[in-house]
Write a new protein. Sequence first.
Length: 187
Amino acid sequence: MANQIKHFKLQPLVDAKFISTSFATYEQDGIKKSWEIVEAHDSVAILIYNKEKEAFILVKQFRPAVYLNNDNGMTVELCAGIVDKELSLEEIAQEEIEEECGYDVPLQNIERITSFHTSVGFAGSKQTLYFTQVDESMKVSEGGGIDHEQIEVVYLPVGEAKKLIYDESIAKTPGLMFAFMWWLEKQ
């Protein structure tokens, strides 16, 4: 995947579609306090295992916020998406699997692992983690996302999961690392 980023700059956010910023004031144990908060959508993430390839299916994509902290902004992540429509979390996970990775997975094959809060220092959004197994008979497209997302589908052999967890040169999410640890623990 080409990563040709040019003319990157930051500017004040106006008319945000997916987040809003707030200034919270409160009293805790008699002390007046304040905190800056980002209100964002909850999300789902899915650990996808391709049993024929004995590999996890991950996504690689450019993240502008990560670009602020490394030289390319590319991340390796679980297939994921925000909760922004009137569907069950499993239905949103199912849609994301097809859009991003190209597999049509029956709802009953999407297993809930757990949920947790992300970015707790400034956002606190909730992410629900799922697991599913796929095979090539379920493949309906090459994936890649929608609306110019430019998502690269990555197949990571299961034996390389632990190495990826500890490879600090690759930008990745805590959810991905947790999902791999969950997988390794249940084996």
